[in-house]
Design a protein around this ligand. Structure first.
Ligand code: HEM
Length: 151
């Protein structure tokens, strides 16, 4: 009986980790694309057909890819953390802090999309391009923490 539970946990762990990484890729790919969409959106004339097309594209990217992927990354990640007792490990606590910050960035991007839809464009294209680097830096730090486990 114990053997069956053990092998079931190993199989579950492997599928959870596979699912976790698949949705990490979707989430991060979406976070790379969205600020780019906002930059091109802001280059279109307010109220134009082109602006309406950007609003539709952004909505689809947020609702179909980015937000569902983030929810699944968290779900698989928290289940993995439970199975592996990751909370006791320094690398994981550092990773978790960066992921919470990245989720905050996600929230800011969603809110900015709602502003753009109302015709409000408070941030310059240049600043949005710089912000586009944030997910890249976060991913590099997270992958080093989870693979190298420096502490
Ligand atoms: C709240 C969100 C997250 C939680 C709770 C979480 C938790 C975990 C846990 C517990 C593991 C298993 C570690 C082990 O095998 O011992 C793991 C693996 C992994 N996570 Fe996350 N994670 C989260 C978000 C992310 C994000 C945003 C990324 C990348 C940008 C990421 C990348 C990875 C990678 C690459 C692995 C596989 C590491 C390996 O093969 O050993 N995770 N995650």
């Amino acid at each position: 009986m114990t053997y069956q539970i053990g092998s079931l946990l190993i199989v579950t762990y492997a599928w959870l980790k596979a699912g976790h990484i698949i949705f990490v890729i979707f989430w991060i790919a979406g976070l790379f694309m969205l600020p780019r969409y906002y930059v091109y959106h802001q280059e279109s004339a307010p109220g134009s057909d082109e602006e309406k097309r950007w609003i539709e594209r952004e909505k689809k990217l947020r609702k179909i890819i980015i937000t569902p992927a983030m929810i699944l990354v968290w779900t698989f990640g928290l289940l993995l953390a439970y199975i592996t007792s990751a909370w006791t490990q320094g690398w994981f606590l550092a990773k978790f802090a960066i992921v919470v910050a990245l989720s905050g960035y996600h929230g800011w991007m969603i809110d900015y999309g709602n502003k753009l839809e109302k015709g409000i464009r408070p941030v310059s294209g240049k600043a949005l391009r710089i912000m586009n680097e944030i997910p890249g830096i976060a991913v590099a730090l997270i992958v080093v923490l989870v693979i190298v486990r420096p502490f």
